[in-house]
Design a protein around this ligand. Structure first.
Ligand SMILES: Cc1cc2nc3c(=O)[nH]c(=O)nc-3n(C[C@H](O)[C@H](O)[C@H](O)COP(=O)(O)OP(=O)(O)OC[C@H]3O[C@@H](n4cnc5c(N)ncnc54)[C@H](O)[C@@H]3O)c2cc1C
Length: 274
């Protein structure tokens, strides 16, 4: 449980962080809250030679009303997302989902940008921001670019973020009164989800994201399509696994995960429709 030796540098700005990454190359990693990276390093599943600490970039910790969307700095802690008045008013699903991340200690260290950049299918916020139609903003040596959440997650713990890019902002469209629900099934409170579902619904539109139902966070587009073509909640929920590729692990077989995803999607849609 002791990580391999590494060098440590602290960045004073986003530009410095990107330039330090260029200087130290492929073996360097950003350190945000450290709550995903450090456990991997302790297990020696990750052995970066240099850690570039971005955890104190306060310029990247904010939640702002930007008109049609809410802009969240990548270094915003889960606890700040959970307790934000702006999100409670405009994107309550995200604030609520953040309250389910780990325990208070994890939520006071971990960042929304770290969670998304890590691209863990078992994490709560990647699937939630996917369901909400988020756009992520990345900054690299050549400037900034926007990436639709639906185009971001490639494979297990892998995203389309380039190795020399820093995730700087998450933009979430305002929910405009949509009904919503976050369903997380676990054996003990504060555990990771065995399966989770984030869903919203407004008139004919809906968005459904699945946690821990494949090698990436999953956007359940077939559920939304079924609802928009007039299917009942019960029938639409049967489509929950159409885009999923659930794996068996110590907590659940493929069949059990499939069953859970359908049941939780139905519950989430019923709550979002009520
Ligand atoms: C005990 C425990 C329980 C947990 N339970 C849950 C849970 O129930 N649900 C859940 O969703 N999560 C859970 N987590 C994970 C937690 O949410 C992490 O905080 C989060 O996944 C990663 O955020 P971080 O800021 O800690 O990232 P870090 O660990 O610092 O970084 C993770 C990875 O992302 C990269 N990175 C970080 N920030 C950026 C950036 N801005 N741009 C580019 N790359 C970046 C890093 O280089 C690293 O590769 C748990 C963690 C622990 C330790």
């Amino acid at each position: 449980m002791i990580p391999a030796a590494f060098d440590y540098v602290r960045a004073g700005s986003a530009e410095e962080a990107i330039s330090l990454l260029g200087e130290h190359g492929d073996e360097a990693k950003f350190l945000a809250g450290g709550h995903s990276l450090l456990p991997l390093m302790k297990l020696r599943l990750a052995q970066p030679s240099v850690l570039i600490d971005i955890g104190r970039l306060s310029d990247l910790s904010y939640i702002r009303d930007a008109g049609d969307h809410i802009a969240i700095g990548a270094l915003t802690r889960h606890a700040d997302v959970e307790h934000s008045d702006v999100l409670a008013e405009h994107v309550p699903l995200l604030a609520h989902a953040a309250s389910y991340v780990g325990d208070p200690q994890v939520r006071h260290r971990g960042t929304i940008g770290g969670s998304i950049a890590h691209a863990d299918p078992a994490s709560d916020l990647p699937a939630t921001t996917l369901a909400l139609g988020a756009t992520y903003v990345a900054q690299g040596p050549g400037g900034t670019r926007e990436i639709a959440a639906a185009d971001f997650y490639e494979s297990f713990l892998t995203s389309t973020l380039a190795p020399d890019e820093l995730l700087t902002e998450i933009r979430i469209p305002k929910m405009q009164g949509a009904g919503w629900s976050f369903q997380k099934f676990n054996r003990r409170a504060q555990d990771w989800a065995i399966v989770g579902v984030a869903a919203w619904r407004r008139n004919g539109d809906a968005g459904v994201g699945l946690v821990n139902m494949g090698s990436t966070p999953i956007l359940a587009t077939s559920v939304a399509a079924a609802l928009s073509s007039g299917a009942s909640v019960e029938d639409a929920a049967e489509q929950a696994v159409a885009e999923a590729d659930p794996q068996a692990d110590l907590n659940a077989s493929v069949e059990y995960r499939t069953h859970l995803a359908k049941v939780l999607t139905r519950r989430a849609l019923e709550a979002a429709s009520s």
